[in-house]
Design a protein around this ligand. Structure first.
Ligand code: CUA
Length: 348
């Protein structure tokens, strides 16, 4: 091989090898952070090694035969090599061997499939709805987790207690989505007209990012999510906060924003507990804003809610996220944007 092609080959190999490395990879399914993801990892790694063994055997045989039976200078160009047709022994062998390998993989896979689909005992239960293009979460009353009558409704960020199983019931009203938090479990497709279930659990408190993993429309790539796992104290605080109805602002920009919420049509689609409950029947599904500022992200979890500029840019033009179904009742002035932002910030 010429020196130059050797160099090109080396660069290619190094590029491929390093492309697989990332210092900050929050969605690394090879870095499980809970028991369900760990079950998948325990299955995945042995199967990878089986695949590596098969790869080495097959590729090794190919390379060996290419070298061993290459055309040599002393070969007679006109002479045909020995022609062989069929070998019953070989054909039986290469039919039975892969079947055995796949059978062995199945023996270990099937119990995991059933285990992953079982409902874990003592789990927190959450209903998950895939919307265009964000995830909605509803927690029914569950005294064991401090959730009282009336439950909790939120969006984009799924809050869970660390160290405890969470059993999700997933639905979608219109298109197929797929719920995926790689470090907590594999993907679960959410098909309209069907009810799916799936479990997640985090060993430790932390934030685990995820995303929709099924092409669902224009904003599919921007349909992200976060799972926030709390320690016991953090969970109790979150549940308590989520069960406090917001206080209506009585003066200042926030009070003016409160008025605008109806005037500009926000209340036609977004619910705020105790203030704006009557969402229009023809409204596209929109996130519940009752405790908007208990979250860090909005609009499919692609914008930072802690950055006021992001929220204002959104109110200026909700179409900045392609495929957004949010429509304003006319353009807002900068003052109206300030007032609406001030009101939204009271929804903690
Ligand atoms: Cu929802 Cu892709």
């Amino acid at each position: 091989m010429a020196r130059r092609s050797k160099l090109v080959l080396l660069v290619l190999i190094v590029a491929l090898a390093t492309a697989g490395c990332a210092a900050n990879a929050p969605q690394d399914s090879l870095d499980p952070a809970g028991p369900f993801a760990k079950m998948l990892d325990n299955l995945f790694m042995p199967v990878v090694w089986v695949a590596v063994a098969v790869f080495i055997l097959v590729e090794g045989a190919i390379v060996y035969f290419v070298v061993r039976y290459r055309r040599r200078a002393e070969d007679d160009d006109d002479e045909l090599p020995v022609q062989l047709h069929g070998s019953t022994k070989l054909e039986i062998a290469w039919t039975i061997l892969p079947a055995l390998v796949l059978g062995l993989v199945a023996v270990f896979t099937i119990p995991v499939v059933f285990d992953l689909n079982a409902k874990p005992a003592g789990a927190l239960e959450v209903s998950v709805t895939g919307q265009k293009f964000w995830w909605g979460y509803t927690y029914g009353a569950q005294p064991a987790f401090g959730i009282e009558e009336g439950g909790i409704v939120t969006a984009n960020e799924l809050h869970i207690p660390a160290g405890q199983p969470v059993y999700l019931t997933l639905t979608s009203p219109d298109v197929i989505h797929s719920f995926w938090t790689p470090r907590l479990n594999g993907k679960r497709d959410v098909v309209p007209g069907r009810t799916h279930t799936w479990s997640i659990q985090a060993y430790e408190p932390g934030v685990y990012s995820g995303q929709c993993a099924e092409f669902c429309g224009t904003a599919h790539a921007n349909m992200r999510l976060k799972v926030v796992a709390h320690d016991q104290g953090g969970w109790d605080d979150w549940v308590r906060q989520m069960q406090q109805p917001p206080i209506q602002p009585l003066g200042g920009p926030a009070a003016q924003g409160f008025e605008l919420f109806t005037q500009k049509g926000c209340a036609g689609c977004h619910r705020v507990e105790g203030a704006f409950e009557a969402v229009a029947a023809e409204s596209p599904p929109a996130p519940d804003l009752t405790h908007l500022f208990s979250r860090d992200c909005f609009a499919g979890c692609i914008y930072d809610l802690n950055d006021r500029n992001e929220l204002e840019a959104w109110l200026r033009n909700p179409q900045r996220k392609a495929g957004s179904l949010m429509v304003l009742g006319g353009p807002l002035t900068e003052e109206e944007i300030d007032n609406l932002s001030a009101y939204l910030e009271t929804l903690e």
